[in-house]
Design a protein around this ligand. Sequence first.
Ligand SMILES: Cc1cc2nc3c(=O)[nH]c(=O)nc-3n(C[C@H](O)[C@H](O)[C@H](O)COP(=O)(O)OP(=O)(O)OC[C@H]3O[C@@H](n4cnc5c(N)ncnc54)[C@H](O)[C@@H]3O)c2cc1C
Length: 377
Amino acid sequence: MYDWIIVGAGMTGATAARALAEQGKQILVIEKRAQIGGNAYDCKDEAGVLVHRYGPHIFHTNDEEVWAFLSRFTTWRRYKHKVLADVDGEYMPVPFNLNSMVIAFGFRKAEQMRKLLVERYGEGNCVTILELRKSDDPLLCELAEFVYENIFKYYTVKQWGVTPEEIDPAVTARVPVRISKENGYFTDCYQGMPENGYTAMFQNMLDHPSITVRCETDAKDVLALADGKIAFEGKPFDGKVLYTGALDELFDGKYGRLPYRSLDFVFETLSKEYAQLCGTINYTVDKDYTRVTEFKHLTGQKCPVTTVMKEYSKPCGEGDIPYYPIANADSKELYAKYREEAGKYPALYLAGRLAEFRYYNMDAAAASALALCHKEK
Ligand SMILES: Cc1cc2nc3c(=O)[nH]c(=O)nc-3n(C[C@H](O)[C@H](O)[C@H](O)COP(=O)(O)OP(=O)(O)OC[C@H]3O[C@@H](n4cnc5c(N)ncnc54)[C@H](O)[C@@H]3O)c2cc1C
């Protein structure tokens, strides 16, 4: 009856479902949660404020195909995300830029730094703190040290649960300083928020006569994999399966669990119109949460109260939601074993941030799903 069973109704699964349905295929989407949208799911809280239950999601892309595809299912609110770092009560735009420099060092010193940066690296460009550290100019080294110590170090320690000594130098090397006054967090040419929310956009994507969606259905309960063959509800299934969940879960963690960081979200509704200056504030030198997001900045919703959300990062234990894959040599090797196992099933396809064990932004998730569907065509 179905040509494809798609496991997961997040960005990857929903994009693939729609694209395959438009190729004339019959699709069943199964989703273990009670709702569609994956981690981009949004809904109104008790106070009527539109919130993102699984962390703040801002859409941004340079991919024209993805933008055109999603724009069929939503109109967009023009929105450029802004992030401030709270450094001992002073708010500095991140990524660190010429405006941040004035706040951190005062106008005169910041102006000296700006001139040096423009001379050496060119106005409008980005320079990494690694490059600045290598410079022979003490002022530029001071700038690099400031950004490392006050913007990057403690935030990374909280986010990844590492000590400062364990911070990967390759990651530190990429921390940018912008030689411009651009305060927007992203620089992609298309940026925005679905005007009626992500869930509405996903509903429109899945609203097609050839797509059936079953929520509260765990693949583990309806699919069985054995000897290279797949069964659905106890009967051999001769269609294809696109799996977008965690790969170790599909094989009962038989080689061990893939490591992830998880998050706790603490929501609070406040009796005021706005609580903070912009969408997200990163706490980079103190507090045990990493950042606070105020959704009304993102969504543009007008109402007399507001909801903010604190994010606490933690290791992903049994029962926690896996959010960020921890990529290192061991985890890559472990993932390769599961991938090999999956390779024994010719009808099994893997896509998305969980199944591929890599961090994807939403646009990359949609792009990889569209690429898979083009190949199928
Ligand atoms: C805190 C946070 C903030 C983010 N912010 C942004 C942002 O601002 N912009 C951006 O572009 N990206 C952002 N991302 C990334 C974004 O969440 C991902 O790109 C996107 O979720 C990928 O979609 P997906 O479908 O691959 O995975 P998911 O959204 O995780 O969807 C997978 C779905 O599969 C379901 N599933 C899993 N296993 C099973 C099973 N066994 N049976 C049935 N269903 C199953 C899950 O319940 C889930 O609904 C953020 C991620 C996090 C963690």
